[in-house]
Design a protein around this ligand. Structure first.
Ligand SMILES: *Cc1c(COP(=O)(O)O)cnc(C)c1O
Length: 390
């Protein structure tokens, strides 16, 4: 089986730094690697402050809370994203307002944002999808015009830039995840980035149960979380950060190899190699079955898994999530492009440890699959009963 993603975690100083943690006894969030990782990351993404946390999801929750977003407020976000984005808004008791995707970039369709803005809108959650940045210029303009915060989710755009601006440098608050499938990993982990001194202080406090200093330590003015990153996570993250350039080059290499193999195939829309403002770094390599193909992503995934290829479906859009439907959210809302992406998109192996031989093996299977789509000799049944029937 070729796994969909296998991290590379022993090529640099990972073992050395982790051993340092154990030998020195600095295993909690108090250890020196946490501050070092924060400082290095701040420099890398050109921010004044970075706050290391336990996950990207935690980073989003703190970001929403730190901006004072709560009951009665609305936050705009893409329908096609990970649940963490919507969850952070809902946990703050605010209302998520969805926007459909762009069929070519798979990012939020920036032309559909303005009609969703109301007097209650407080922020736009700008999520970069699958390694290609969101078009930020219209987001900046709308934020300015309507006095909105930008919460930038750069978890899938580590090492990516929008024109000359690093992803993660463009939000009032920006967040990253260092989950094991991201471009660099700390196992679990995340980062919050901002240039605002008071947001920095508040995020640090929220991460650490809102303890106060000194004699008032156990007196709390706000509700926070324990979302601290451990020294061991930071040690791993820092060792990975030292190799970030190699990691990005590898991702681009994987993407370009796949592009070469699939260029001529008629059944897939491939990831967009570049836009006016960025080149794709192929955090993951997605394939989208074209409209004239009669089978869907579920069937393709089943067939490829049987052949030993690790494949995953694209995101399932927020307005179809059973948990949100049960909460009465997004009733009778439709986002045709997000729905199309969910029904027809999947991604193929592209972990940092993948070899050229494995890439070739995957590619050959995909080509074989594409020939079957022409003859429709695929007897896999689609099994996703959550997708509404047309
Ligand atoms: C991975 C990811 C997250 C969540 O990060 P975790 O560290 O897994 O909690 C949030 N947003 C996006 C866009 C992601 O890809």
């Amino acid at each position: 089986m070729i796994p969909v993603n296998e991290p590379s975690v022993a090529a640099g100083n990972e073992i050395k730094y982790l051993t340092e943690c154990i030998e020195s006894g600095w295993i909690s969030s108090e250890g020196p690697f946490v501050k070092k990782f924060e400082c290095e990351w701040a420099q890398y993404v050109k921010r004044k402050y970075c706050i290391a946390v336990s996950s990207g999801t935690a980073a989003l929750e703190i970001a929403v809370a730190a901006l004072g977003i709560g009951k009665g407020d609305e936050v705009i976000l893409p329908a096609f994203t990970i649940i963490s984005c919507a969850m952070a808004i809902i946990r703050a008791e605010a209302t998520p307002v969805l926007v459909d995707s762009d069929i070519t970039t798979w990012n939020m369709d920036v032309n559909q944002i303005e009609k969703k803005i109301t007097s209650k809108t407080k922020a736009i959650m700008a999520v970069h999808i699958y390694g290609l940045p969101l078009d930020m210029t219209p987001i900046f303009a709308l934020a300015e015009k309507y006095q909105l915060f930008i919460i930038e989710d750069a978890a899938e755009a580590i090492g990516q830039s929008y024109m000359s601006l690093p992803c993660g440098s463009m939000g009032d608050i920006s967040v990253f995840s260092f989950y094991s499938n991201k471009v660099i990993t700390s196992g679990e982990g995340g980062m919050i980035c901002t240039n605002d001194a008071s947001l920095n202080t508040y995020c640090r406090s929220l991460r650490n149960l809102c303890f106060q200093d000194n004699e008032k330590r156990f007196i709390h003015e706000h509700l926070g979380w324990n979302y601290r990153m451990t020294n061991m996570q930071a040690a791993l993250g820092l060792a990975q950060f030292e190799q970030i350039k190699t990691h990005i080059e590898k991702k681009i290499h994987i993407g370009q190899r796949y592009n070469d193999f699939f260029q001529h195939l008629d059944c897939f829309q491939l990831p967009l190699p570049y836009t006016d403002y960025a080149k794709n770094i192929y955090w993951i390599y997605g394939l989208l079955l074209k409209e004239h193909i009669s089978i869907d992503a579920q069937q393709a995934i089943k067939w490829l898994c049987k052949k030993g290829i690790g494949v995953r479906p694209f995101f399932f859009p927020m307005h179809w999530q059973p948990v949100f439907i049960k909460m009465g959210l997004f009733q009778n809302e439709h986002y045709p492009v997000s729905e199309y992406l969910a029904k027809r998109g999947f991604y193929i192996p592209g972990g940092l440890n993948i070899t050229d031989e494995q890439i070739e093996k995957v590619a050959k299977m995909i080509v074989q699959f594409s020939e079957l789509t022409n003859t429709m000799a695929i007897d896999e049944k689609s099994s996703n009963s959550l997708i509404p029937k047309e």
